[in-house]
Design a protein around this ligand. Structure first.
Ligand SMILES: Nc1ncnc2c1ncn2[C@@H]1O[C@H](COP(=O)(O)OP(=O)(O)OP(=O)(O)O)[C@@H](O)[C@H]1O
Ligand SMILES: [Mg+2]
Length: 355
């Protein structure tokens, strides 16, 4: 098998198709694609007119016939047809040039994904021209990407805070010991901020505004200066006219803290499910954070004081999963062991379509 593979040019691709971002790395080339998981659709013709960043740039300011959709909302293959097209487009963009380049890929899936969803993913991969697809649990990929070694006998805890899901995994000897996922991630902060502004400040704001507020102004710890202000703009709820309000860091903090506390509680609960030896390992090593949600200012500090254990943020937390996936191509035996069963692409299960 291995010998055969060497005779062909094969792109080995790692795909982390998240609700918010799709990240693709190619063995030997590192991360080659990092784009929002969005498509812009012409409502009249149902055609996709833009993908990824280009679609994101249209978001919130769409024309009459155009909508920007996130086909994966909820962390699963929600809008199958559009997910397929989006994946095909990204794979094509990421691929090394040349027609006769064979393609194998490893993709991550959340641990509670159903068989139907798993099938939909392998199907989508088939349509994207991927000859061979491996599926791997996200928690394991994130752990390997965060530097946990597959040979390590001692247990490690990895918490991936994505846009729509928080995935908590305990890993030892290259396998998952226990994992749990909550369909609640960093985007819950954006939603809470938008709700607060609408209800209490009478202003409706868009996704771009809440994202800026979260990433540039908010923090997971009580700010030293709670009277620091920032202006947010949007639409007045009552008059429907353009409007702006000033919001203070003291007002933003409890909103953010509410969501971060929920994540902290989930981690704390999961820590009570461990066997004594595993608990002992985690007591020493603490918890590693991955995913974009780990970039929230001070989240490590907050979690550290909540669970009373060391908490560290992985290098390049947004790329931990994809980095872990791409590492699998260095060790085919490990790849075969960790990838989930029923992996063969369902050949010709669906008619092929061109992108
Ligand atoms: N600097 C930052 N501060 C706070 N949050 C951030 C920052 N950068 C990114 N995020 C948040 O991280 C989330 C995206 O993370 P990530 O790319 O890991 O999600 P995903 O893998 O697409 O989602 P999921 O795993 O839930 O399907 C978004 O909610 C985004 O707002
Ligand atoms: Mg993710």
């Amino acid at each position: 098998m291995l010998k055969n593979l060497k005779n062909f040019v094969t792109d080995s691709m790692a795909i982390d198709m998240g609700t918010a971002n799709t990240i693709i790395a190619v063995k030997g080339r590192g991360v080659v694609l990092d784009e929002p998981s969005l498509v812009a659709v012409n409502e009249m013709t149902d055609e996709i007119v833009a993908y990824g960043r280009e679609a994101a740039d249209m978001s919130g300011r769409e024309g009459r016939d155009l909508t920007v959709v996130a086909p994966l909302i909820g962390g699963v293959v929600g809008d199958f047809e559009r997910t397929k097209r989006m994946l095909s487009h990204f794979v094509k963009t990421a691929k090394t040039g040349g027609k006769n380049v064979a393609l194998q890929a490893v993709m991550s899936i959340v641990s509670d994904v159903t068989h139907v969803e798993q099938r939909a993913l392998t199907n989508a991969a088939d349509d994207a021209g991927i000859g061979k697809i491996f599926l791997m649990e996200e928690g394991l990929a994130a752990a390997f990407g965060a530097g946990v070694l597959p040979s390590d006998k001692r247990a490690a805890a990895v918490v991936d805070i994505g846009a729509a899901t928080t995935n908590i995994a305990f890993v030892a000897k290259g396998s998952i010991i226990f994992s749990t996922s909550d369909r609640h991630g960093s985007n819950a902060i954006n939603e809470s901020l938008a709700t607060h502004l609408r209800r209490h400040r009478g202003i409706q704001v868009g996704e771009e505004t809440t994202e800026l507020l979260k990433t540039k102004f908010a923090s997971a710890y009580l700010p030293d200066d709670i009277s620091k202000t920032v202006e947010v703009r949007g639409r007045d709820v009552q008059t429907r006219s353009p409007a702006a309000v000033e919001i203070t860091s003291g007002e933003v903090y409890p909103i953010v803290e509410g969501i971060v506390r929920r994540i902290a509680e989930r981690i704390k609960d999961s820590l009570t499910e461990l066997r004594p030896e595993v608990a002992a390992d985690i007591y020493d090593r603490g918890v590693i954070l991955t995913g974009g949600g780990a970039l929230l200012d001070g989240i490590d500090k907050y979690l550290r004081s909540y669970i009373n254990l060391p908490v560290t943020i992985a290098d390049e937390p947004r790329y931990a999963t994809v980095n872990g996936l791409v590492k699998m191509f260095e060790d085919h035996e490990l790849l075969d062991r960790v990838s989930l069963s029923e992996l063969r692409v369902l050949q010709n299960a669906e008619p092929h379509f061109e992108v």
